[in-house]
Design a protein around this ligand. Structure first.
Ligand code: URA
Ligand code: CA
Length: 433
């Protein structure tokens, strides 16, 4: 087999066989195939697309390029959730204990990563004592006993994806549906998921800004999952404004606690119930989405989801009393209210720019070496569609620096108040089951 022929075939719009795809992925991962040939193939894929069969084969080839986590010692169907990323997305912190409380095993591998706020692990580490440095055996025992545990990413997962992503980044081939879908799905499958729930975001704060692109991506990933024997469902949800009210690590933990008590923001609660219902059905803990949702709502009401969260924190060294006393979480020195400059209805809260403001306060990492300031962030008081009086608090900045002028300017620039009535945006655009 020759890489030249594979490039030529895709260039001419033909379908690659699984042998050809494997040859390419193995060769590129071990260094036999050079960057320039891989770049040419990626560009051919960008223009010619891939069939569902090719996408599934590409995904599996990338899964096989590195280690695969074996979760077979955990009882039950292991369902993982993936979000394509947004601002102030606290869903994992809520979903993990919530679905565990109805019997779904949650074996979560999580990263720190770069972004506006930290990853799930950073957020959880704002709970004093909580740690993810546990052995694989302990991880598996915890999931079998409590139904939920979180461990840091380890092992050499999908090296082909890492290498290809680096090349896509510099060859203008990132925004290709078959390449994005196989990249995301390969990582979930290598992490040991039996079934997968996807939260594909759309709007200004999302990777897929247009609804039609989010739809193509969701359909592509659901098709890959189902083709390779991992039942997959998806939701397309709004990321034109931040989810919930809090953006920041400890602030989001506090918001998750409120939500687990059944007193969380409406949008965050609704999205968790929607995604959670899919997880419960895929884990075979309910016959259908309605039954699953009833079970989850019941456990938000009766305190079982909240108790599960405390048990989860304690089992990994965390102080469970933060759940009853959130003031024990890291706190910023200054809490500065930012007032509305005029009266009207909030019409725009540009999610990614609000995220950037949180990052400027120190809530996220700009580089891998940056330290996160766990206590800082932003708490919105208003969302799109809410009316506001002149001088009323729009949001509160939690900062460890007294001078927040630059952050304030950015926030004002990205929150619009209109004089006409505005409807709240749709939260959930599509559900794929
Ligand atoms: N996220 C991924 O993990 N892969 C992509 O290709 C794009 C976004
Ligand atoms: Ca939030």
């Amino acid at each position: 087999m020759r890489m030249y022929d594979i490039i030529e075939k895709k260039r001419d719009g033909e379908e690659l066989t699984s042998e050809e795809i494997n040859y390419f992925i193995e060769g590129y991962t071990n260094g036999d195939i050079p960057d320039y040939q891989t770049s040419a193939l990626l560009m051919a894929i960008y223009f010619q697309d891939m069939t569902e069969e090719e996408r599934a084969n590409l995904t599996l080839a990338m899964v096989e390029s590195g280690d695969q986590i074996n979760l077979s010692d955990i009882n039950g169907v292991k369902v993982d959730k993936h979000s394509t990323g947004g601002v102030g997305d606290t869903t994992t912190l809520i979903l993990a204990p919530l679905v565990a409380s109805v019997g779904v095993p949650v074996a979560k591998m999580s990263g720190r990563g770069l972004g506006h706020t930290g990853g799930t692990i950073d957020k959880l580490e704002s709970v004093p004592g909580f740690h993810v440095e546990i052995s694989n055996d302990e991880f598996i025992n915890l999931v079998n006993r409590n139904k939920v545990a979180v461990i840091g990413q380890s092992g050499n997962l999908t090296p082909a994806d890492k290498k290809i992503y680096g090349l896509r980044d510099v060859t203008a081939t990132v925004s290709s549906i078959p390449l994005i879908a196989s990249s995301i799905m390969s990582k979930k499958i290598a992490s040991g998921a039996d079934a997968i729930v996807l939260d594909v975001k759309t709007g200004s704060g999302a990777f897929m800004k247009e609804l039609k692109d989010a739809q193509s991506l969701a359909k592509a990933m659901v098709s890959i999952g189902n083709k390779v024997g991992r039942n997959t469902m998806a939701v397309i949800s709004d990321m034109s404004q931040p989810l919930g009210y809090a953006i920041g690590n400890a602030l989001e933990v506090k918001e998750a606690i409120e939500t687990l008590k059944g007193k969380g923001p409406e949008d965050l609660t609704e999205l968790c119930l929607t995604l959670g219902s899919q997880m419960v059905v895929l884990a075979k803990q309910a016959e259908n989405l309605d039954e699953a949702r009833n079970k989850l709502e019941e456990n938000l009401r009766n305190g079982k989801a909240f108790e599960k969260f405390k048990e989860f924190l304690e089992s990994q060294g965390g102080d469970p009393s933060v759940a009853d006393q959130p003031e024990l979480l890291p706190q910023a020195k200054y809490k500065i209210d930012v007032p509305a400059k005029e009266a009207g209805t909030v019409s725009e809260i540009v999610a990614n720019e609000i995220g950037t403001a949180a990052m400027m306060l120190g809530a996220g990492r700009a580089t891998k070496e940056s330290e996160i300031d766990l206590g800082v962030g932003i708490v919105l008081h208003k969302k799109i569609g809410d009316s506001v009086e002149k001088g009323e608090t729009l949001l509160t900045v939690h900062s460890n620096k007294e001078d927040i002028e630059e952050v304030k300017q950015l926030l004002y620039k990205n929150i619009t108040i209109a004089s006409s009535e505005i409807k709240a945006p749709t939260l959930i655009y599509e559900v794929y089951t």
